[in-house]
Design a protein around this ligand. Structure first.
Ligand SMILES: *Cc1c(COP(=O)(O)O)cnc(C)c1O
Ligand code: SF4
Length: 422
């Protein structure tokens, strides 16, 4: 099997005397995050006009690059796909007409500070506002003056209370910021409290740490996590160049602790808006035991309009994956709807037409085929124990599913004009 590159950080003047012991210590990495232009200058060449642009950007948005991520950045290539995700460009100051401050309405859907409850059976618990790195394309962009903090114990306890009181929550997603910026002890506090709640079935952690600070994925961390299974970790690789010997080892360490690894990619112009790059990324992810989960359409946060692509680019990428390679390598392409509508999948059409009994379908090669439905197709539903039990608990029949179950014949907007006419 192909070996992944281990970048030699000593090639960077600034880091040439850093002992390996420090380099491999995540606390050292965090302490030495690059936040100012003078330090950045010691890592890559910065000309005068670029420096002026950076100064302007840093008046508005913060910069934070881990030494590790700096060591894998393209030094001499301003349009480098790794570098574009880390080093601000003047484009960030452009406010596009459709930019929004909280496009996903995470604040609006928040019953307790730190917690977003948008879907019926799962919640997002933002355990920290801190990330080791400030990704340039981030939805939750850091503005200068934002105070970067972990959630206080008190706030966390309130979130935990909310989860305890809401029996319909079976899935708790820890995110932030990046939960792996917490110490093992602080993270264990949250995870163990969540695990104590009987109706919580799975715990998921969303973290870009394996990509931007793989040194954090220590044996101690993995040993702590594996006490609380089932635990899932979704990480965030955007380009095959981010898969290095170090990030591979971090993912493998988590996988070896029995943690299912998934990946959420953001579709970014000039970084990964190409079917070939995406296919390579998905293949490489499977090789490091990470299952592609989502590709996100870039959202409408302020200052990231230069990263946005058309939605059709995402569809083209799926068209180039499905069938051409294993379904294991095909994530779901989603648009996170403004206004808190949640993730909406978008994909090419495979169903061409239909009659009472026959479906005309096309495959990835363009072969058009049919499926003929048997005459007897109706399910004998509603008699088994699963339905009987769900009467007591939670009925997963809301929205459009309600139309299909027959509970409702139509859905309509709350303020439909027609209904107000006398
Ligand atoms: C994405 C998201 C989730 C999790 O969605 P899954 O499709 O289950 O991964 C939960 N809550 C919020 C607010 C989200 O944005
Ligand atoms: S790690 Fe995630 S939350 Fe943090 S800056 Fe990057 S994209 Fe944003």
């Amino acid at each position: 099997m192909k070996e992944y590159k281990r970048h030699d950080y000593r090639e960077i003047e600034l880091y040439k005397d850093v002992p390996e012991e420090d380099w491999n210590n995540w606390k050292w990495q965090l302490r030495n995050v690059v936040t100012d232009i003078d330090t950045l200058k010691k890592i890559m060449p910065i000309d005068e006009s670029m420096e002026q642009d950076l100064e302007k950007c840093l008046e508005k948005f913060t910069m934070a690059i881990t030494p590790y991520y700096a060591s894998i950045m393209e030094k001499d290539y301003p349009r480098g796909v790794v570098r574009l995700q880390a080093v601000p460009t003047i484009n960030e100051l452009h406010v596009a007409a459709d930019d929004q401050d909280d496009p996903l309405h995470e604040d609006v859907d928040s019953p307790v500070p730190g917690l977003t409850h948008r879907y019926p059976d799962r919640v997002l618990l933002l355990v920290t506002h801190i990330c080791s790195m400030n990704c340039r394309h981030c939805t939750r962009r850091r503005m200068v003056g934002d105070h970067d903090t972990h959630l206080t114990r008190e706030s966390i306890d309130k979130c935990i209370d909310y989860i305890r009181e809401h029996k319909e929550i079976r899935d708790v997603l820890l995110s932030g910021g990046d939960p792996f910026t917490l110490t093992d002890d602080s993270l264990e506090y949250v995870i163990s409290k969540v695990r104590e709640i009987e109706h919580v079935e799975i715990i998921r952690i969303g973290s870009r740490t394996p990509v931007v600070m793989p040194q954090r994925i220590t044996d101690d961390l993995c040993n702590m996590l594996k006490k609380y299974h089932p635990i899932y970790v979704n990480t965030h690789f955007n380009h095959p160049d981010e898969i290095t010997a170090d990030s591979k080892e971090a993912c493998e360490r988590l996988a070896n602790a029995g943690i299912q690894m998934g990946n959420q990619t953001v579709l970014l112009r000039d970084v990964n808006d190409c079917p070939n790059i995406m296919k390579k990324l998905m293949h490489e992810l499977l090789r490091i035991r990470v299952k592609p989960y989502y590709i996100y359409q870039c959202d409408l946060s302020v200052g990231i309009s230069h990263f946005r692509t058309s939605i059709t680019k995402g569809m083209e990428i799926i068209e180039n994956l499905r069938g051409h390679t294993t379904g294991m390598a095909v994530p779901t392409f989603v648009v996170d709807a403004p206004g808190g509508g949640g993730k909406i999948p978008v994909m090419p059409n495979y169903l061409l037409s239909q009659s009472d009994r026959r479906f005309a379908l096309r495959n990835y090669e363009g072969v058009i085929t049919t499926y003929t439905q048997p005459e007897e197709v109706f399910s004998n539903c509603g008699r088994c124990n699963i339905c009987k039990e769900s009467d007591k608990q939670y009925k997963p029949l809301d929205g459009v599913a309600k139309l299909l179950s027959g509970e409702k014949l139509y859905l309509e907007p709350a303020n439909l004009k027609r209904r107000k006419r006398d």
